[in-house]
Ligand binder design. Structure first.
Ligand code: GLN
Length: 257
């Protein structure tokens, strides 16, 4: 009887231990299986673009490298840039990497990583235009911008002061086309994006004047809800800069800065 009691106690102990450890591994598993939904703007080379069925670009390579290094899983969700912040507000995205500039206004809705790229807005006109040399020459002109961007905000905030009419587009290629075909007089775009586009193919466009601001790109996560993830992203950025991966990625798209 005594022997049986001891045996059953040992058995029970084994059962309890195995139940505990299996429930532990189940929760670990569900944690590791979490796939973060990442909003991207795939009309935005050299940061994000699609080649065949493959997504490429500085942002795509960076977020993949960060996820790999920090051990989390991601799924890319391409959408118009203007839809990204609303999708985050609606909890449909966990992360956004989209050549997204860090702004105080956006900081009310999302948390940003440390800056990972210096951009800045610039004015762009048709390459044969000789009258618009700076932003101050835009008086009475039509200026194309992309919805939801810092370029759009700059144009709207300064429309009265500059005396411009602002027209909005969903993506950058549509905005470039509008100026190339003469429907708009100028556009406002991020410097690294438009200079890459002009270098890649003859768009019939040119950059004029100085950069309008010093926008910096950051990776956005849902505000207050992804603190651990944000820490991993920041750590990943630091590590990728240290081990040379960051430079390798940037140089593979835009050469030495
Ligand atoms: N950097 C700009 C912004 O954050 C434009 C981004 C984009 O068009 N993908 O508003």
């Amino acid at each position: 009887m005594k022997k049986f009691g001891l045996l059953s106690m040992v058995l029970m102990l084994i059962l309890i231990i195995s139940a505990c450890s299996s429930s532990n591994s189940a929760s670990d598993k569900s944690k590791n299986d979490k796939v973060y939904n990442v909003g991207v703007d795939t009309t935005y080379p050299p940061f994000e673009f699609q080649e065949g069925s493959v997504y490429k670009g500085i942002d795509i390579d960076l977020i993949n490298a960060i996820a790999k290094k920090e051990g989390f899983k991601i799924k890319l969700s391409p959408m118009d840039f203007g839809g990204i912040i609303p999708a985050m507000q609606a909890n449909q995205l966990d992360v956004a990497i989209a050549g997204m500039s860090i702004t105080d206004e956006r900081k009310k809705i999302v948390d940003f990583s440390d800056p990972y790229f210096n951009a800045g807005l610039t004015v762009v006109v048709k390459d044969n235009n000789t009258t618009i040399k700076t932003v101050d020459d835009l008086k009475g002109k039509t200026v194309a911008v992309k919805k939801g961007t810092t370029g759009a905000k700059y144009a709207e905030d300064n429309s009265t002061k500059l005396g411009i009419k602002v027209v909005q587009f969903n993506d950058s290629p549509a905005m470039f086309q509008e100026v190339a075909n003469g429907n708009a007089d100028a556009l406002i775009e991020d410097y690294p994006v438009i200079s890459y586009a002009i270098a890649k193919k003859d768009l019939g466009l040119k950059i004029v004047g100085d950069r309008l601001n010093g926008d910096q790109y950051g990776i956005a996560v849902l505000k207050g809800q992804n603190t651990d993830l944000l820490k991993k992203i920041d750590k990943g950025l630091v590590d990728l800069k240290k081990d040379g991966t960051y430079d390798k990625i940037v140089n593979s798209y835009i050469g030495k800065k």
